[in-house]
Design a protein around this ligand. Structure first.
Ligand code: ARG
Length: 459
């Protein structure tokens, strides 16, 4: 195959070497953006009279035909046919329109071209990911709304801590994913910068119009420094970082889903369509989707570390090392998109076991803080009250009783300020409703939070 750079060479490339440098097997994913970028570039060359109108028309027409053939799957990108997607597109153009195809690459280098393709690709994917995040938030929100009123144990250290509304727990994830959406939105700003026109590293001596290209390709800004633009992969790193945090959130939710669907918890039942069975144990129904999302978090972190390490200490400007950015990026995008989709469907279709959740809040001492707060409201210091309630818990453990089994005379034997009211506050329902501070778990606050979340989704 003919090389774009063949002129300077006397010998052919070594076969192993040829395979080693090739990126076409993975950068073919960028074909649409490469062609669209080339169309805009050719139009600009025509407009600035760097090529003639006829040349421009021929080139643009040829590129549009190739794009159509690609989109209709009439042409296949065969890996051994070119070194990378840029060479492939130029070769195809030459087959179609002849040597005038060679004018397309005026005032351009593959270095600014690849940066352009990646930015165009990522702009689309970030928007898709934001939509998928929104769908997941919608699932959480409608589940929170549907199950409003169900009480579950809240945990710290995975030990029962204080009772919560299940909806409050779901809404915690809503707000995590809201921050993830914001991080994606923020990274978008720095992706949305046109690098084309930087050429190899120093800019070009041709009278190009970068603003025009930016407008054609819908970029909000153009890069300020040609050397920076050809070397910069921050925009990918930032996306991979935001993705790693997002995936961490998904892994926490996955872990809870796995725990909740175990026999021990039995808080939820996942829909059959998101589980698989065992080849040996006929009774098994495993939460595979959640397990795999949890497991794939490893590769999402790995992709970030891969790119950070690859970029470390690279001198300016382009180095061939940078070709290694693509597989990490593509892998993160596709893993994230599938994980978000599956998580949203899992939440949407799961059954919630109200009885089991509420049963678990009984007899777990999780209203002990309520009892301490009660004494504080009667004038004790919090430390005094804490100590006293600790003693009551020990008493219960020795007598094999729960807090809610205590009689008023037993309570009074610990402190004279206990009254009948103290027995009431030991109910989980009371403990939940008492947490009425802003952002707390009382039904009033959770309803407020659901309303606010609806507004957020409308924005
Ligand atoms: N395939 C290359 C990459 O993905 C495109 C840029 C090549 N530039 C070069 N000077 N070899 O990074």
């Amino acid at each position: 195959m003919e090389k774009l750079w063949g002129g300077r060479f006397k010998k052919n490339i070594n076969k192993e070497m040829e395979k080693f440098v090739s990126s076409l097997s993975f950068d073919k994913k960028l074909v649409k953006y490469d062609l669209l970028g080339s169309i805009a570039h050719a139009q600009m060359l025509g407009k600035c009279k760097i090529i003639t109108k006829e040349e421009k028309n021929k080139i643009v027409e040829g590129l549009k035909q190739i794009l159509k053939e690609v989109q209709e799957s009439k042409v296949k990108i065969i890996t051994r046919e070119a070194e990378d997607i840029h060479s492939w597109a130029e070769n195809k153009l030459k087959e179609k329109i002849g040597t005038v195809a060679g004018k397309l690459h005026i005032a351009r280098s593959r270095n600014d071209q690849i940066a352009l393709d990646e930015r165009m690709y990522l702009k689309e994917e970030v928007l898709k990911i934001q939509d998928l995040l929104k769908d997941l938030q919608k699932s959480l929100l409608s589940s929170a709304q549907k199950h409003l009123g169900i009480i579950m144990p809240g945990y710290t250290h995975l030990q029962h801590a204080q009772p919560l509304l299940f909806s409050h727990h779901l809404m915690a994830y809503f707000y995590m994913f809201e921050r993830d959406k914001e991080r994606m939105q923020d990274s978008y700003k720095r992706i949305d910068v046109l690098p084309l026109g930087s050429a190899a590293l120093a800019g070009t001596s041709f009278p190009i119009d970068r603003e025009y290209v930016a407008k054609q390709l819908d970029f909000s800004e153009i890069s300020e420094n040609s050397l920076d633009a050809a070397s910069d992969r921050d925009f990918i790193l930032e996306f991979l970082s935001a993705s790693a945090i997002l995936m961490m959130h998904l892994s926490r939710l996955s872990e809870e889903i796995i725990l909740w669907s175990s026999q021990e918890f039995d808080f939820i039942e996942l829909d059959d369509s998101f589980c698989t069975g065992s080849s040996i144990m006929p009774q098994k129904k495993n939460p595979d989707a959640a397990e795999l999302i949890r497991g794939k978090t490893g590769r999402i972190y790995g992709n970030l570390i891969n790119l950070l390490t690859m970029m470390k200490a690279l001198p300016l400007a382009y180095n061939h090392d940078m070709q290694e950015d693509k597989e990490s990026l593509f892998d993160t995008v596709s893993t994230l998109e599938t994980s978000l989709f599956l998580m949203s469907k899992m939440i949407e279709t799961m059954q919630v076991n109200k009885e089991k959740m509420e049963k678990s809040t009984k007899g777990d001492f999780s209203t002990a803080t309520e009892l301490a707060d009660y004494l504080v409201k009667k004038g004790l210091s919090f430390r005094e009250a804490h100590k006293l309630v600790g003693k009551i818990v020990v008493h219960c453990l020795e007598k094999k009783k729960y807090l809610e089994d205590l009689t008023i005379s037993e309570l009074k034997s610990f402190h004279k300020k206990f009254s009948e009211k103290a027995l009431e506050i030991l109910k989980p329902q009371f403990a939940v409703e008492a947490k009425d501070s802003y952002g707390g778990t009382s039904s009033k606050r959770v309803r407020e939070s659901i309303q606010k979340a609806k507004k957020i989704l409308k924005q």
